[in-house]
Ligand binder design. Structure first.
Ligand code: ADP
Ligand code: MG
Length: 250
């Protein structure tokens, strides 16, 4: 049975998509079978694997709204990607009258659970129904936080949402770890932000630190993960290290 990890933080631009893709690529490099699910209507993850959310005929919209099997929207890229298209933006409203609307993704993933070792779900920058679906389907949640603009209030909100999900939908889901991203170790500000994180979350902060580098902006343009784009670089190594931590986490 696949281990399902959701990448969530309602703040945009904190490296959710980058982390979903590159951790998935690190799992794949280590020999694991991985599916990435793009639950963000912006389709950044799909795009960063060379898919075009504007022209895809079938996408996660059809899976969530019309119960289309997820296999039918899964594209073989560097890793398997269940793709988003722009109409996913309408999914929350289209699903609002559906019975079991919070469990649509969970249900869809059950059919492919034996085909993968890991399912990595990218989420939009909100705590709406798409993210609720991801958290309901997940065993664990990884929370990327941008060290530059640390928002403790945002993390508190996410924890409250998770508590509601546990009470009503998915009793076992929990945060696996908090990942500091875009770390600029030269600045005092980043150091302080890391200290605040560790004071508040202790050993739930991953040991891996994702440093700021332009490689993360370059790789998606080529339709690649950083592990493929710059296999020997520091950026790739940081995600390999994160993969090791997650694997040792059980
Ligand atoms: P989110 O999915 O949370 O909105 P993204 O993963 O799309 O965030 O990242 C936002 C932007 O920051 C993207 O342009 C991405 O290429 C860039 N980025 C991500 N991680 C890093 C990093 N470690 N260093 C520099 N830029 C990064
Ligand atoms: Mg994103």
């Amino acid at each position: 049975m696949a281990k399902v990890i959701a990448f969530a933080n309602q703040k945009g631009g904190v490296a959710k998509t980058t982390t979903t893709l590159n951790l998935a690529a690190a799992f794949a490099e280590a020999g694991y079978r991985v599916l990435c699910v793009d639950m963000d209507p912006q389709g950044n993850l799909s795009m960063s694997q060379g898919l075009d959310p504007e022209t895809l005929e079938k996408s996660m919209f059809d899976v969530l709204v019309h119960d289309l099997p997820i296999r039918e929207v899964t594209y073989k890229c560097e890793i398997d990607v269940a793709a988003a298209s722009i109409d996913l933006a309408g999914a929350e409203i289209a699903m609002s009258v559906k019975i079991g609307r919070e469990r649509s993704l969970d249900k869809a993933l059950r059919a492919v659970s034996d085909d993968y070792d890991f399912v990595c779900i990218d989420t939009p920058p909100s705590l709406g129904l798409l993210t609720v679906n991801a958290l309901t389907a997940a065993d664990k949640v990884i929370v990327p936080v941008q060290c530059e603009y640390l928002s403790m209030r945002g993390l508190l909100q996410l924890q409250n949402t998770l508590q509601m999900i546990r009470e009503n939908l998915n009793p076992a889901v929990d945060i696996m770890g908090i990942l500091p991203t875009m770390v600029d170790t030269r600045t005092l500000h980043a150091q302080e932000a890391l200290e605040i994180l560790e004071e508040n979350f202790g050993d739930r902060v991953f040991g891996a630190r994702i440093k700021k580098t332009v490689r993360f902006a370059e790789a998606p343009v080529k339709g690649m993960s950083v592990l493929k784009y710059d296999p020997t670089g520091q950026a790739a190594d940081a995600y390999r290290r994160l993969a090791k931590e997650v694997l040792s986490n059980g």
